[in-house]
Design a protein around this ligand. Structure first.
Ligand SMILES: *Cc1c(COP(=O)(O)O)cnc(C)c1O
Length: 345
């Protein structure tokens, strides 16, 4: 199916805002009197590059995806919201997602008044392509798949994912926010095979930059052009673009950080499993562990009283009595283990 036929009509016919920096491009110039900026306080008096071309060029070399197939937003959350605004007609279209998963897919569906169909994973947190495809009808525009999945931590099976990508004729979003912690090859490498796939990455997790709010979407040029048409003109500020380029200039450091997290994760699993309050540590390809305990509410509260905050997932479907524990520094992890060792119910 053509991308065009999946796009909302108002977006298809939209004439996007044209900012000063869009209208003047190229040629030598030194006097900019076109955007009502101040002449003081350089360089922050100027609007940032609306398409972040330098940053995308740097990123393109690292992610091995051409700039024309990259969208950058104010966190992945911007890309998630844009998917609804581009493809989903409120009160008409629907989306399908695995359950449990990242909460923003549902929140953005509700904000955009789009029906959200949750399809449960199995009791081992495995995804069924057949179940996802069965939940679709002629108004299903998007399927959301998070892998490694939040909060379960596991990779979704690649054969099942491939079945969804080939069997569904709408947009498939694969959120790889935790992809750098996984052993599987990144899905952005297969953009050529799946022209309706959107892959999400973020600076917030392995790249250790949640504070600068920068998310990435990789997709066909046609889909990226739609993102660029609908986004706010200056959606990524100058400070963020600068800080991101600084990080990209030292990717060895980032790889070291990621390896440290994986090593700590490996170290934490047996330490947690030997605690009497721990029933199960689920397999994780992410920077957190989902842990089944005897009494999640009580242990959560006990940890809060000690100033240690984890995520209580007790009320999430298939996650009864679980805590989602982020892998922290060695010191933080040891503090958590020490506290859990002295827990008495
Ligand atoms: C943390 C997380 C993100 C990152 O969101 P940002 O807005 O980029 O910080 C995206 N998807 C999932 C599943 C996450 O857990």
């Amino acid at each position: 199916m053509m991308i065009e036929s999946l796009v909302r009509n108002n977006i298809k016919v939209l004439k996007p805002y044209s900012c000063a920096r869009d209208e003047f491009k190229g040629r030598e110039a030194h006097t900019f009197l076109d955007a009502n900026e101040s002449a003081c306080n350089a360089p922050y008096n100027r609007y940032p590059d609306p398409l972040q071309e330098q940053l995308k060029k740097d990123l393109s070399a690292i992610k091995r995806v051409p700039s024309s197939r990259i969208f950058l937003g104010n966190g992945s959350d911007e890309a998630i919201d844009l998917v609804y605004r581009i493809f989903c007609e409120p009160r008409v279209d629907n989306v399908v997602a695995i359950e449990p998963t990242y909460g923003m897919y549902k929140v953005c569906a509700d904000i955009n008044d789009v029906e959200y169909r949750a399809v449960s994973l199995s009791d081992t947190y495995a995804m069924s392509a057949e179940a996802l495809l069965q939940a679709c009808d002629e108004h299903t525009k998007v399927i959301w798949i998070c892998s490694p999945n939040n909060p379960t931590g596991n990779d979704m099976d690649r054969r099942e994912l491939q079945k969804v990508l080939t069997g569904f004729h709408g947009i498939v979003v694969v959120d790889e926010a935790y992809g750098d912690f996984s052993e599987l090859p990144p899905m952005r490498m297969f953009l050529d095979h799946f022209p309706r796939m959107i892959v999400l990455n973020t600076f917030s997790k392995a790249w250790a930059s949640a504070g600068i709010r920068l998310g990435m979407a990789f997709a066909s040029e046609e889909i990226i052009a739609l993102f660029n048409k609908v986004k706010y003109p200056y959606n990524v500020n100058m400070l963020t673009q600068e800080k991101a380029r600084e990080l990209l200039s030292d990717m060895l450091k980032v790889e070291r950080w990621t390896n440290d997290v994986r090593n700590e994760r490996r170290h934490m699993i047996p330490c947690l499993m030997e605690l009497p309050i721990v029933k199960q540590v689920y397999p994780s390809a992410a920077n957190f562990l989902l842990v089944k305990v005897t009494d999640a509410d009580a242990i959560y509260k006990y940890l809060v009283d000690k100033g240690i905050i984890v995520r209580n997932r007790n009320r999430v479907s298939l996650c009864q009595n679980t805590l989602r524990i982020t892998i922290g520094s060695k010191e933080e992890n040891n503090e958590l283990l020490g506290a859990l060792r002295s827990y008495r119910r």
